[in-house]
Design a protein around this ligand. Sequence first.
Ligand SMILES: Nc1ncnc2c1ncn2[C@@H]1O[C@H](COP(=O)(O)OP(=O)(O)OP(=O)(O)O)[C@@H](O)[C@H]1O
Length: 882
Amino acid sequence: MLFENGKPSKSGTLAKKSVKKEKETPMMKQYNAIKAKHPGALLLFRVGDFYETFGEDAIKASQILEIVLTKRSNGAASAMELAGFPHHALDTYLPRLVKAGQRVAICDQLEDPKSVKGVVKRGVTELVTPGVSFNDNVLNVKKNNYLASVYFLKQTVGVSFLDVSTGEFLTAQGDQAYIDKLMQSFMPSEVIYCRVQKEQYEAAFRDDFNSFQLDDWVYTHEYGYDKLLKHFGTNSMKGYGIQNLEAGIVAAGAVLYYLEATEHKNVSHISTIGRIEEDKYVWLDKFTIRNLELLSPQHEGGVPLIQILDKCVTPMGARLLKKWVLLPLKDKRKIEERLNVVRYFKEEEDVLDTLVDSMQQVGDMERLISKVAVGRINPREMVQLKRALQHSLPVKEALAKCDVPELKTLNDRLHSCELLMDKIEKELQNNPPLNATQGGMVNEGVNEELDELRKIAFSGKDYLNQILEREIESTGISSLKIAYNKVFGYYLEVRNVHKDKVPETWIRKQTLVNAERYITEELKTYEEKILHAESQINVLEQQIFQNLVLLAADYVAQIQQNAAVIATLDCLLSFANIANEYNYAAPSINDTRNLQITEGRHPVIERNLPIGEEYIPNDVNLNDSEQQIMIITGPNMAGKSALLRQTALIVLMAQMGCFVPAKAAEVGIVDKVFTRVGASDNLSKGESTFMVEMIETASILNNLSDRSLVLMDEIGRGTSTYDGISIAWSIVEHLHNQKGSRAKTLFATHYHELNQLATDFPRIHNFNVAVKEVGGKVIFLRKLKEGGSEHSFGIHVAQLAGMPPTVVSRANEILSHLEKDKIHTKNKQKLKEVPQASQLTIFNAADPKSEQIKDALEQLDVNALTPIDALLKLNELKKMLS
Ligand SMILES: Nc1ncnc2c1ncn2[C@@H]1O[C@H](COP(=O)(O)OP(=O)(O)OP(=O)(O)O)[C@@H](O)[C@H]1O
């Protein structure tokens, strides 16, 4: 049974109570029984042509949908609230309920009310939840809609993602940080987890996602493994490479259970399960994804990278591109394969145009074929599927002419599915109705009986004339007439003079003064036919359509593969397009640990500069032998952050297989990118800014490798200046001296004191983003130069920001006063004297508290500490102080 937050929902309870007090009508009894089976879900109960909601569901529905709330007035359940809408408006209202976070159980009439006495049989035909939906209005074409399942197994976390609308099914397992990163990347619309793991779940993900709890028996290896074997019809999961992912299997099994529990039993389009391999992709922690604004901007009105990269013309392409952005590659060969194709398309603009033109018409082939598999495709969508296949043909033709091995491989995987395409073309009209029950969708000449029926239904007069002519000819009764009356239907009328010519088989029905009326076997049959023609037409059309759906179901695997090929092509074409449009260069990828960017630019800022302004390019060189760490100082607004981010973005774009905003870029494969940019407030989650800063930094320092790229922007600014400098200083030292991981680092700071580090450490170099001071005004040159800098020009920025002149001039006064103060210089001297890689002298031997803290620190085994332990320890030390 399903539970919401461990207990049945209020609405389920209320509905029961309010009806039980009085005598239940049979229908309400049925309603209550169904409602009780789906606690936590808002029940849409089909009554005739309406979907009705009752009790608390009605109150919720009326608020969310802005529909009228009434009270049920027919005796027994007089106190019951009621709100409903016409059944044909389901597509409009359902998405609104789901988007408002509701789980919606759709309860339909399972038999024809006309053929039943008493209460019609009803049942829930679908439970739509935010993570499990096929409804186009719930889904966003450019986004996958993932359901995630999470399972904690000691230190390992298993996760599984399913987009039921495309059939994509994935699993992974790893430590908390890895799964957290995946969750932030895949951004599931709904997460299911084991009820008894509530605490762990909430500690890990707080209330980041819509969540739902399942019973603990669902989250067992035995159950999950068996579920997967049954679904895929195999006797092991070895072929999918997930046999040993114990936690991953448990999480994936629960996904399949949940599909069943939500009445999604027909899911043959989920034909494979993939493993998200941690070591195949560049590690981006969740802070990096956020700080680099890869998929969404940090602030309203901002532009994320994806918006620049996405020129895809198909929904599949747009969805795949998001994955490419979040999962850049580490395999040089694979990256080069993508780059080769982009280079080719960039040069062969005709091919690019042909492909883009055809693919523009392909539409969402991936979701259409999923609808075929689950039997939810409508006639109009079937015609769209045909068009998708038709427009894939020129793609195939164009690819066949391309002399690039990677494109040949893609072309080999593209199926033309001609038989299916021709059959849809032959059988379905080009503009069929939306609903298969409406009729009028099948072409003429497909089915003789159907054609006959249509003749009867739509060309009745002609048909009767044909009978009349035939009868006149065979009987010789020239004045014969056909007419209709309500009493005995169609009849033949014979004037008395011709009475003797009437064949014996005719049945006399009426005698008039001058004539007699007869019916014949043929007319009777015709009459029956015409009466039933329309309903028969519908039945036959539906049969023909169903057969078409069955045929299309044989093509699920092929069309899914086509969709994957088209999506890949779309992303590569998009890369080629932007390379041309924005003047990007092909990066050169190698296995060294060097990064050499010549005239690099920020892909997003350069597209959003005010008219007339040009982005100033800069070089960045980093390696593990001479220049491992660049300390970048410079005034506020100089462009330090932009430089840091562009460096990471160029590396990531290169490893996605995309050309880069630079004159040239040599990229030695990077395996992890870490950023700590700015001190963003996280008060809503109960953490102080500085705490967040330290958590994020700790996660960087604990996960470094010699291929990592680290960006640190103003680390330490969340605390007092001296604490900040001390922390920043020791972090840089740590990055430089860490054995076995000379992570390439860009360190932007306002602490000019850190410039001292360059003299003390061989692989640390100072740079500054240049400005020019002319007549008391600062001109931003945006050019990176070697050497440190002395000023921050913060007051100048305050002036630019419109600070009252009195405040600005007072600030200048205070600054000059402080600058004269020797503390500044003395402190600098002090830092210089600090022995390298040792604790900064912050302890006073005369102070017992200080000694106590020192002892505690000395006893610590830093290598054995997790980031959380470290923070707890820090807190303990702080308490010692007070
Ligand atoms: N190379 C460049 N060419 C043109 N404009 C740039 C360049 N770099 C930065 N800018 C512009 O300058 C603005 C400020 O840059 P940025 O935020 O990188 O400054 P900063 O040095 O990090 O400032 P702060 O120290 O105040 O955080 C950017 O928003 C961008 O509009």
